[in-house]
Design a protein around this ligand. Structure first.
Ligand code: NAI
Ligand code: AKG
Length: 444
């Protein structure tokens, strides 16, 4: 396999999907050497079968807003690969959603899920519907309309969606209710469910907690303690909130968070009380982060990202391509020692090069944020067993899984000079498991 030729070919076939091409390029560039050690892979054209999704479901969603107007949105599910388990991955509701973005996310999810050590294939879906500014009833009607199409393609052994940007506990509840109504089945068919109807303890916390556990593992390779470190966090949604919670528990100091309008910088640190305020603001009142700055009298920067502030660590937890080359250079110039990705693909290829050239600790989302889907996998196990595990049990399993992912990254990513290339480590480890499963299952 020649990575550049495969990428050029995909670019020709899918010219309007830059994020998908970006994600594929990142992976192919780092697995090429390993892949070429296995001539049987090439003979089976494994690479094209791994890059192109198994199936894409695309549909119109019609719903009625509070004023009685009929609205339409696009709905999608990209079932990327089910070689190691049922399709699994979140749903994103955001106005920017298009097929190329969901294809990148489903591709990444396949490698991420492989890294978790659990039996889950990769998928992603969603809609260009934005819950922002919508009433609860509008969100419910949209979720119900979305499910009237998607339910045919789901099942506990077929495809198990969950949340992502714009899809949290509220949306998962509405989606689950409609699935149940349509199928007459109470099944573990979505994860991130409410605690009262099959949700796993720690699932809401898992992505943020897992990222901080992974970060601690990276810091430990250098003998550094997280305690007392200042941290730049972006986003203020599910991942950012529980990232900040775990940072506080471990004695670190988050000083920023953001939303799509801008960021706040609180040099005294976002403490427990302030974090509770953010949770209420974002999860209940559905307000803007600017209101934090007004309440606590701190700096708010509209239309900007927090990467130019001084800190020790950066944990991007909002969205893709939120750290570009210029921001990466600023982080390095300001002395950042570690960047660990809570979001999916938040760093551009140029930014990643800056981090790796500077030899700082840098981990890609598919490794660092895998804790979320890992606990989704544990939710599936609990649903199958019809049991509920304790908080401590799930957290301990999450911890073990993040340790395993870190160990695999070190195993496959350590370079001759001792620097751990976590991108290569995650890609090679994730790839090998899926590749072996695909080889064993023939050309399908
Ligand atoms: N929820 C989960 O379990 C997992 C989420 N992720 C990734 O983490 C990231 C955040 O997801 P969640 O916290 O679940 O979503 P969320 O909807 O709870 O929060 C998203 C946050 O990002 C901000 N944001 C969204 N688009 C933005 C943009 N274009 N520019 C600046 N800020 C923007 C929003 O204002 C919000 O604060 C996403 O990249 C997602 O794919 C990754 C693994 C699991
Ligand atoms: O929990 C899940 O199934 C999916 C989480 C997710 O969307 C992700 O890992 O990016």
């Amino acid at each position: 396999m020649k990575a550049s030729e495969v990428i050029a070919n995909l670019q020709r076939r899918f010219p309007n999907e830059p994020e998908y091409i970006q994600a594929v390029s990142q992976v192919l560039g780092t697995i090429e050497e390993e892949y070429n050690k296995h001539p049987e892979f090439e003979k089976a054209n494994l690479i094209e079968r791994l890059c192109i999704p198994d199936r894409i479901i695309q549909f119109r969603v019609s719903w009625v807003d509070d004023k009685g107007n009929v609205q339409t949105n696009m709905g999608y599910r990209v079932q990327h690969n089910n070689a190691i388990g049922p399709y699994k991955g979140g749903l994103r509701y955001h106005k920017s959603v298009n097929l190329g973005i969901l294809k990148f996310l489903a591709f990444e999810q396949t490698f991420k899920n492989s890294l978790t050590t659990l039996p889950m294939g990769g998928a992603k879906g969603g809609s260009d519907f934005s819950p922002r500014g919508k009433s609860n009833n509008e969100v419910m009607r949209f979720c119900q309309a979305f499910m009237t199409e998607l339910y045919r393609h789901m099942g506990p052994d077929e495809d198990v969606p969950a949340g992502d940007i714009g899809v949290g506990g509220r949306e998962v509840g509405y989606l689950f209710g409609m699935y149940k109504k349509l199928t007459h089945q109470f099944q573990g068919v979505l994860t991130g469910k409410g605690q009262e109807f099959g949700g796993s303890l720690i699932r809401p916390e898992a992505t943020g907690y897992g990222n901080v556990y992974f970060l601690c593992n990276m810091l430990a390779t250098k003998g550094i303690d997280i305690k007392g470190k200042t941290v730049l966090v972006s986003g203020s949604g599910n991942v950012a909130q529980y990232t900040m919670e775990k940072l506080l528990q471990l004695g670190a100091k988050p000083v920023t968070c953001s939303d799509s309008d801008g960021y706040i910088y609180d040099p005294d640190g976002i403490d427990r009380e302030k974090l509770d305020y953010i949770m209420e603001l974002k999860n209940v009142e559905r307000g803007r982060i600017k209101e934090y700055a007004e309440k606590y009298g701190v700096k708010y920067v509209a239309g900007a990202k927090p990467w130019f502030e001084k800190a020790d660590i950066a944990l991007p937890s909002a969205t893709q391509n939120e750290i570009n080359e210029e921001a990466a250079k600023a982080l390095i110039a300001n002395g950042v020692i570690a960047v660990s990705e809570g979001a999916n693909m938040p760093s551009t290829p140029e930014a990643i090069k800056v981090f790796q050239d500077a030899k700082i600790l840098y981990s890609p989302g598919k490794a660092a944020n895998a804790g979320g889907v890992a606990v989704s996998g544990l939710e599936m196990s609990q649903n199958s067993e019809r049991l509920k595990w304790s908080r401590e049990e799930v957290d301990a399993k999450l911890h073990d899984i993040m340790n395993d992912i870190h160990a695999n990254c070190v195993k496959y990513g350590t370079e001759p000079d001792g620097y751990v290339n976590y991108v290569k480590g995650a890609n090679v480890a994730g790839f090998l498991k899926v590749a072996k499963a695909m080889m064993a299952q023939g050309i399908v």
